[in-house]
Design a protein around this ligand. Structure first.
Ligand code: SF4
Length: 340
């Protein structure tokens, strides 16, 4: 008999699963506490529930938690973990310590089917969606789990291409009965799938960041094939018009590539697009992949962009690159494979 994985379940699902043993909501929350908060796979230690229910859980279910198969540590202390599911899907998870802010970058798919030209994950190809439980396991089953303060969905895969699992994972991450992490500390990143953006803004309270690469459609289409179907300008309009609740953040990620998207013309278009909106912009260094001859913009140019955006009234920051020496930085994840 195949046992049911409980990681990725809600209290309603647990009550339904064990209705034969009259599982109450309090019982369901105790069971989920054991998985989400105690990170335990030993159901015999759940003492708050009736013995009959405990025995049924032990007989018919398992936690669904699984350990990484390998890890690598960067010189900047970033750690990259490789996971493999029981069906053989491989994916990577990054732990990024930074003083009191400790971030986990999770994957939502094994590989990706979006085919962005600059991305190693895109070159790795698509090997399957991750379930909500497999997404959550990346936070629960790393050795640093107890110190995690922030989460970014920026690992392998396009989160809005696996939206049901991502929205469910966000619900469990933020619920009191789940991992109880503030939605303000969780950011989902997308290259832009218009219906997914609209649904995510409505069905989740977490932050959203849109990867831009170029504010000009003819340039962006060469890097992000999704631009053909979902023009980014329309998505930015949706984000601008969305009634933002207090402290929720919508942002653009702008990876800066030397002499490709760091000209005066690009800067002027960014300012034109964002003036008067609450959308922030994060400027990031570029990491060439394989035989790519492109290079990152120099720091002076990134600071010049930031300065001009800020004096135009736009909230802008420069993000540090982390873990590049172990291929853990943006665009470099390929499940341990060396792809050229
Ligand atoms: S950048 Fe994101 S969406 Fe594009 S191929 Fe890489 S993982 Fe997929």
């Amino acid at each position: 008999m195949i046992k049911k994985n409980l990681c990725g379940s809600t209290p309603d699902e647990i009550m339904d699963l064990f209705k034969g043993s009259s599982c109450t909501r309090d019982n369901a929350v105790s069971i989920l506490n054991s998985v989400y908060k105690k990170r335990s796979s030993d159901f015999s230690k759940i003492f708050k529930i009736p013995a009959r229910l405990r025995n049924e859980i032990i007989d018919n279910s398992c936690s669904g938690l699984f350990q990484p198969v390998s890890s690598e540590v960067s010189e900047d202390k970033t750690v990259k973990y490789l996971f493999r599911t029981e069906t053989g899907k491989m994916f990577e998870t990054i732990y990024i310590p930074d003083n009191k802010r400790n971030t986990v970058c999770v994957s939502t798919q094994s590989g990706c089917r979006m085919g962005c030209s600059f991305c190693m994950t895109g070159r790795y190809g698509f090997h399957g969606d991750l379930s909500a439980g497999e997404i959550l396991n990346q936070i629960i089953s790393i050795p640093e789990a107890a110190s995690v303060t922030h989460l970014v969905f920026m690992g392998m895969g396009e989160p809005l291409d696996n939206l049901d699992s991502v929205i469910k994972a966000c619900e469990i991450l933020t619920a009191e009965w789940g991992l109880a992490i503030s939605p303000r500390n969780i950011t989902v990143s997308t290259v832009g799938i218009t219906p997914g953006v609209e649904r995510f803004l409505t069905d989740s309270n977490c932050n959203l960041t849109l990867s831009l690469y170029s504010p000009f459609a003819d340039e962006r289409i060469k890097m992000v094939p999704a631009e053909k179907v979902y023009p980014v300008i329309k998505i930015i309009e949706i984000m601008k018009n969305y009634p933002l609740k207090k402290k929720r953040r919508l942002s653009l990620a702008y990876v800066m590539i030397r002499e490709k998207n760091d000209s005066e013309r690009h800067l002027e278009r960014l300012i034109e697009l964002l003036t008067g909106s609450e959308i922030r912009i994060n400027l990031l260094p570029y990491h060439p992949v394989g035989k790519d001859s492109n290079a990152s913009s120099i720091m002076e140019k990134m600071q010049y962009f930031k300065h001009n955006l800020v004096i135009s009234g736009i909230s802008a920051s420069i993000r540090k690159s982390r873990g590049a020496d172990i291929s853990a930085a943006c665009g470099l994840l390929a499940a341990g494979l060396k792809i050229t």
